[in-house]
Design a protein around this ligand. Structure first.
Ligand SMILES: Nc1ncnc2c1ncn2[C@@H]1O[C@H](COP(=O)(O)OP(=O)(O)OP(=O)(O)O)[C@@H](O)[C@H]1O
Ligand SMILES: [Mg+2]
Length: 230
């Protein structure tokens, strides 16, 4: 672990949202380094900036000021196409709001990140089915999001984040809508990816029972890193 390379680095990241005449300071200068193979847990009160932080780490949103390096590269120098390529190849994102496509069934939603990839259609279906099985949804593959429970939707979102075998997995409250047993199943799947394949995992959670798995704990308060434990 000591010699692992840094996969994500944030340097003094500030994020402000402008809402009419008010400025919301979501992040007030966050610096943080995440190394390959780390299992990072981010905790903090509602509205403290956790989702904003995760979006910026995943190159889904740009900081107002400060720098983000992914695999050593300053991503502010990337154009939209290169950013899209970076996300597609390296990052799996589980959104707090799932972001599933309502007109597609579970299998099609999971296959979505594979669309631009050169792979046989049959292989794509096989891969998506494997992941739906991993999250315990092999019996719900043809259901559309509206025909699934909240926890099932969440599991589809997790399968989708993993389908392109990303190096970095960023998950926003991945167990928030799940019962204890299913939540544990999901976390165990992520731990396995972390241990066996050395994937870098960053999870935002309110659930203190997940803390025991973390190699690094980051406590966010009011847009700043209040405390960090290795
Ligand atoms: N698009 C936006 N426009 C304006 N303000 C925003 C926007 N997104 C987030 N905010 C504000 O920025 C702050 C941080 O929001 P963020 O979603 O990062 O919090 P969070 O820690 O993820 O909270 P939760 O635990 O409730 O998900 C909040 O005060 C929120 O109201
Ligand atoms: Mg959030």
């Amino acid at each position: 672990m000591v010699h692992s390379k840094t996969v994500i680095e944030l340097r003094n990241v500030v994020k402000e949202y402008i809402l009419g005449k008010t400025i919301v300071k979501a992040l007030r200068g966050v610096s943080l380094e995440i190394k390959k193979g780390e299992f990072v847990i981010i905790m903090g009160p509602s509205g403290s900036g956790k989702s904003t932080l995760l979006h910026i780490m995943g190159a889904l949103d740009k900081p107002t000021s400060g720098k983000v390096f992914i695999n050593g590269k300053d991503i502010s120098l990337f154009d939209d196409w290169n950013l899209a390529m970076l996300r597609r190849k390296n990052i799996g994102f589980v959104f707090q709001t799932f972001n599933l496509v309502p007109t597609l069934n579970a299998l099609e939603n999971v296959m979505l990140p594979l669309e631009p990839i050169h792979m046989d259609e049959i292989e794509k279906i096989k891969r998506a089915k494997e992941l739906l099985k991993l999250v315990g949804l092999e019996h719900r593959m043809l259901h559309k999001p509206a025909e699934l429970s909240g926890g099932e939707r969440q599991r589809v979102a997790i399968a989708r984040a993993l389908v392109n075998d990303p190096e970095i997995i960023l998950a926003d409250e991945p167990t928030g809508n799940l019962d204890t047993k299913t939540g544990l199943q999901i976390i165990n799947a992520m731990r396995e990816l972390n241990k066996k394949e050395n994937k870098t995992i960053v999870i935002v959670t309110h659930d203190p029972t997940l803390l025991k798995y973390a190699t690094k704990k980051v406590y966010i308060r009011d847009g700043t890193v209040e405390r960090m434990e290795e």
